[in-house]
Design a protein around this ligand. Sequence first.
Ligand code: DC
Length: 235
Amino acid sequence: MSAVIVAIDGPSGTGKSSTSKAVAAQLGLSYLDTGAQYRAITWWMLNNGVPVDDAAAVAAAAERPVITSGTDPQAPTISADGEDASGPIRTQEVTSSVSAVSAVPEVRTRITQLQRDIAAAAPRGIVVEGRDIGTTVLPDADLKIFLTASPEVRAARRSGELKGKDAADLATTREALIKRDAADSGRKTSPLKQAEDAVEVDTSELSLEQVIECVVTLVEKAAAQKPEAAEQAAQ
Ligand code: DC
C-alpha cells in the first residue's frame, strides 16, 4: 500500500481513538492522537501555574512546553518537558480545562505545526485523529473521515470508559460532553467541523469492529487511488 495520510475527526464518544488506533495498527501506519497533545499542553499549564481561563497568559506560555508524541499505534506515548503525561491528561481537572486552552489561537498554531511535522515524517503514512484535522491541519489528506453518533450513544460509551454506569453518571457525562462539544464547535479558531470532502460515518448503530472494517476499506481504496499506486500497477 502506498503511504496515505488519513484524517479522522468528530466529537468525543464516537469511537474515534479506538478506531484510529486499530486502523493504523492493521495497515502498518503511524498514529497521532491530537486531543492528547491539547490535553498535555493543558496539563503543563496547570502544573506551571498558568491561569487557564486567562487567554493572554495561556497565549504567552504557548511556546514554552516541549510536547512529544510517540506514534506507534500499539503503544502511543505523550509527554510534556520529557515527563510522561499519559495518565494525568485523563483527569477531570485536565478534561474540564482543555477546551479553554485549545481555543487560544497561539496554542493552536503551535500544536498544528507539531502535527504537520509529525505527519510529514511518518514513513508509511499516518492516521491523525482530532477535531480540525481535515479542515485545517491536513487539508490535503488522502482521506477524511468524520465520525458521528447520537449524544445518548456517545454518553453511554464515555461512561463505559469511565467505568461508572448508573443513570446519574450517564446524565452528568452527557451534560459534560454536550458542553465540551459546544465549546469545541463554537470556538473562533478551527472549530470542530466536518470538511466538505469528508466521508461521514454514523457509528450509532455499529459495533467498533464494524466501524474499523468500514474505515480500513476506505483507506485501502484511497491508497489505491493515489497516483503512485496507479504508476506501480502500470509497471
Ligand atoms: O479527543 P479528546 O477528547 O482527547 O480532545 C480533548 C480536547 O482537545 C477537546 O475537547 C478539544 C481539543 N481538541 C482540539 O481542539 N483539536 C483537536 N484536533 C483535538 C482535540
